[in-house]
Ligand binder design. Structure first.
Ligand SMILES: *[C@@H]1O[C@H](CO)[C@@H](O)[C@H](O)[C@H]1NC(C)=O
Ligand SMILES: *[C@@H]1O[C@H](CO)[C@@H](O)[C@H](O)[C@H]1NC(C)=O
Ligand SMILES: CC(=O)N[C@H]1CO[C@H](CO)[C@@H](O)[C@@H]1O
Length: 852
């Protein structure tokens, strides 16, 4: 009756707990005994006393533990401490987009055969709906708590993955919220808040429903490419890119999401394994961001930097360097094996171990694990009925619909009208798939609705896969049968794309094209079709170079469905047949194959460098052609915008005592350090009216991009041009260099010759001339940055006012070469759809009150 998950407590304690359960709370059914503090011995132990502050309880518990016991608590499968009534605990559970059994902490079976499987994160991100992310998190943690109560999951989930999707080939890009740091940060904060639902608590320690973990810190976004794998990769990252790209989602995860954990990655950053880097772990995550939680390794990271990277001479040195860098928990046995000898050799002190334990134990206490019987605690009533409930499953369907992106819709071919179609050919290797739809880090879904099943609910279908599998390689593919089906049908839906055999953890792609003969299948089916609509549905996590289909007028429409989760087939059909009017937007740039041919995946630089032909990465810096841009996504309705409210000027207030150094008589400075600004007060209101001009109700995502000011200085009294390098940008500094301009360039006010300017930010003209933006690459600030977004529902013919707030410190700043974030003072040009609006940022000097 008492079914154990991962804990192995003493039989006697089991019986005792069973007795207590039956006699004391007979009405509550529970299959999990207390992890700790469940027996009569709890009464005498301060760490079991929930009325005491957690800090006191943790100190008490650490004081009772022997060194040997402590060491066995430093690893993911933490050993029980029977003499204190503490059970064993498996720290490693996963919940990337639903409860997943990728880690040993989750075991499906018994009353919990499966859990709701939401769309893979890249598609959820495409919804651009922050409240959806939070709601998914709440549902996932309902199911997680229910499974914990049933002895089938832990409470510490090592999700989400918020690495920047830097390169389109990355096999794990599917797990991430995309390439934009602000979007990824918002996703991280909302998903984590939903998961943790932190509330109440004492002395700053909020109670946790479950503990989330943001991973993999940091600059980890290469798995295995041309002989370089993640266990050996040394990511060379500039301070600039680290600050304004790679760190952003992690910082948001800790500071806004209040995540209870961060996981360090396998790779090195600038020659130091991240799990051994005190600058990253201790100084940044723990001290600057104030992580209230624990730092865990990716699984076997310490062994990886010892064995594979040969970073330390002995295993004890590896232990010492990791613990002293700020690590608290090892996924893997390394710390259990070598911490004892490291202490004996004097390389680690017991206080290093205690520090680590106080972080992990605090999280366990916040989770209520030291409060006795789980059935009597908050969330103790969650059980099997709360997993895969109809409401949860319909949220999974809703999430897929919200994410799906309509990429092309030639002559309004979509939505298809079922009444006009006698039969539809459903073809392609992804046309009737199940596990493909849930991507990686998935669990057992509650059930599946495949694309074919979804389409069958609307029309009569003829089905042919056309390819044996997604690789679609070689002569034996049943393409002809699929083409025949297409020839005889009134419409053709071709479901192509990828699956986990082609993009996954440890599998990066080389090609961005449709695999094997899939493109041939699409083209032949389009050629054979009787003139009815031909709809290509892409099921993939990563982007695809499908320019051939984009440019082929016989392909009427293209839909990207990511990996849409357990009910993905229903969501696809709902979009194709117009039951849902699509509103998803791409959370990443879709690059052409030429990008993959030319750019090494190992090159981490975000910023372009024309001098060496490097195009940069992501819509923020990449200067080359795209298949589809970041933010692209069509609707069946047309929407128009007008600005209802947006300031023409906006004052950046500085913290008291911070005067812009050398601000001159006009009061203008060029940049202000973000940490000198009063960021809390710097949310700029931008209100936009959105009108749905179409016949269908629809959702619409308002994206506000900003282009930075260029050439807004006014003080230069001399003739000639001045050029400013990024690294020379200082607040109020006088321009340091007078640079000779090649005479043939002097006739340009706006420099177009990018190769001359790749190292420049901007230039100034004589003061009496208007200043012009420099076009072309720019080593400092992004060329464009998403600064706000909001998804709204707008009924046909109606207008909705969308109130956005632009966070000046986050959105209108960039990092200089030293990694210092600066707000650019001057004209920022907002782009909202086809609207343009300019906001002039100015510095407002604070009055320093007279000393009393
Ligand atoms: C796909 O089919 C080919 C040919 O039948 C086979 O060799 C290959 O292993 C299959 N791939 C997968 C991932 O099953
Ligand atoms: C965003 O998601 C929430 C939660 O599912 C939903 O209630 C809301 O309608 C969504 N917003 C839009 C505009 O679709
Ligand atoms: C107060 C101050 O530093 N003012 C400066 C404003 O800019 C002019 C032109 O560069 C300088 O000469 C002033 O010193």
């Amino acid at each position: 009756m008492l079914k154990m998950g991962n804990t192995r407590p003493q039989r006697r304690r089991l019986l005792l707990v069973a007795f207590l359960l039956v006699t004391l709370i007979a009405a509550v059914e529970s299959s999990r005994p207390a992890f700790a503090c469940g027996g009569p011995e709890a009464a005498g132990m301060r760490f079991c006393n929930r009325d005491l502050p957690i800090k006191v309880r943790v100190r008490d518990l650490i004081g009772r533990l022997e060194t040997e016991e402590k060491i066995r608590l430093l690893v993911n499968n933490a050993a029980p401490v029977p003499r204190l009534g503490i059970g064993g605990y498996e720290w490693w559970s996963e919940a990337l987009h639903g409860i997943s059994d990728t880690g040993p902490g989750v075991k499906f079976g018994g009353d919990f055969p499966g859990a709701t499987s939401f769309p893979q994160v890249i598609l959820a991100a495409a919804s651009f709906n922050a409240s959806l992310w939070e709601r998914i998190g709440r549902v996932v943690s309902d199911e997680g708590r229910a499974m914990y109560n049933g002895g089938r999951a832990g409470l510490t989930f090592w999700s989400p993955n918020v690495n920047i999707y830097r390169d389109p080939r990355w096999g794990r890009g599917q797990e991430t919220p995309g390439e934009d740091p602000i979007l990824a940060g918002k996703y991280a904060a909302h998903y984590v808040r939903g998961l943790q639902q932190a509330s109440g608590g004492r002395s700053g320690h909020l109670h946790l429903k479950v503990a989330a973990c943001c991973k993999h810190y940091t600059a980890y976004d290469l798995d295995n490419w041309h002989g370089v794998d993640r266990f050996h990769f040394n990511a060379k990252v500039s301070k600039q890119d680290l600050e304004d790209t790679f760190e952003v989602p992690f910082k948001a995860c800790v500071m806004e999401g209040k995540a209870a954990s961060i996981m360090c990655s396998y790779n090195q950053v600038n020659g130091i394994p991240t799990c051994a880097n005190p600058n990253l772990l201790l100084n940044t995550v723990r001290t600057q961001w104030g992580l209230n939680g624990y730092i865990v390794t990716d699984c076997d990271s310490i062994a990886v930097f010892y064995n594979d990277q040969h970073y330390t001479a002995t295993p004890e040195d590896a232990v010492a360097i990791a613990l002293k860098a700020g690590l608290d928990l090892d996924c893997g046995p390394f710390l259990a094996q070598y911490t004892g000898s490291a202490i004996q050799q004097g390389k680690v002190s017991i206080s290093d171990v205690d520090n680590a334990l106080s972080n992990t134990l605090t999280v366990q206490m916040r989770l209520g694990m030291f409060n006795g019987d789980p059935a009597t605690q908050p969330y103790g009533n969650l059980g099997p009925k709360d997993v895969c409930s109809p409401a949860h499953q319909s949220l999974a369907l809703e999430a897929a619909r919200q994410g799906i992106v309509l990429l092309k819709n030639h002559r309004h071919a979509l939505p298809l009208r079922p009444s006009t179609l006698r039969s539809v050919a459903v073809i392609g290797p992804n046309s009737d798939v199940t596990t493909t739809m849930i991507g990686n880090y998935a669990g057992n879904p509650c059930g599946y609705i495949t694309p074919l099943q979804g389409i069958n609910r609307y029309v009569r279908t003829v089905h042919q896969t056309g390819c044996i599998n997604v690789s679609c390689f070689g002569p034996n593919q049943p393409i002809d049968s699929a083409v025949n089906a297409a020839r005889q049908a009134d419409a053709v839906i071709v479901l192509v794309g990828l699956d986990q055999s082609l993009e996954a953890e440890t599998i990066d792609r080389d090609s961005l094209l449709l695999p094997g003969r899939q493109a041939e299948l699409v083209q032949k089916a389009a050629a054979a079709s009787s003139g009815g609509p031909v709809v290509v549905v892409l099921i993939s996590g990563g982007s695809l170079d499908i320019s051939f289909a984009r440019d082929d007028p016989r392909v009427s429409a293209i839909v990207w469905a990511g990996y849409p989760g357990q009910s993905g087939g229903q969501a696809i059909a709902d979009v194709v047949f117009g039951a849902y009017n699509p509103g998803g937007r791409l959370p990443m740039t879709w690059y052409p194959q030429a990008f993959a041919d030319q750019v090494p995946m190992t090159e981490m630089g975000m910023r372009s460098d024309p001098a060496r032909g490097y195009p940069g990465r992501s819509y923020r810096f990449y200067t080359g052609p795209v298949v589809y841009p970041f933010g692209h996504g069509l609707s069946y309705s047309k929407f128009s915008y007008s600005i209802a409210q947006a300031p023409a000027t906006f004052a950046v207030r500085l913290s008291v005592g911070r005067q812009p150094a050398a601000a001159n008589s006009t009061g203008s400075v060029r940049t202000v350090r973000v940490n000198h600004a009063r960021c809390d007060d710097l949310i700029m209101p931008v209100h936009v009216d959105v009108t749905n001009l179409g016949d269908l109700d629809g959702v619409h995502t308002v994206l506000v991009f900003s282009r930075p000011p260029i050439g807004s200085e006014r003080w230069v009294p001399q003739r000639n041009f001045y050029l400013v390098r990024c690294k020379d940008l200082e607040e109020g500094s006088v321009l340091p260099k007078k640079v000779q301009i090649p005479s043939f360039l002097k006739k340009y006010r706006v420099f177009q010759k990018t190769q001359y300017l790749h190292f420049l930010t901007y230039f100034c003209l004589k003061p009496n001339l208007p200043l012009h933006p420099v076009k072309g690459p720019n080593n400092c600030s992004p060329q464009r940055q998403l600064v706000a977004f909001e998804k709204v529902h707008v009924a046909s013919g109606k207008t909705i006012r969308v109130k956005l707030g632009v966070d000046v410190c986050a959105g209108l700043s960039f990092a200089d070469n030293h990694g210092t974030r600066r707000i650019l003072i001057g004209d920022h040009n907002f782009e909202i759809g086809d609207l343009a609006h300019t906001v002039s940022l100015q510095v407002q000097r604070e009055m320093i009150p007279d000393p009393v």
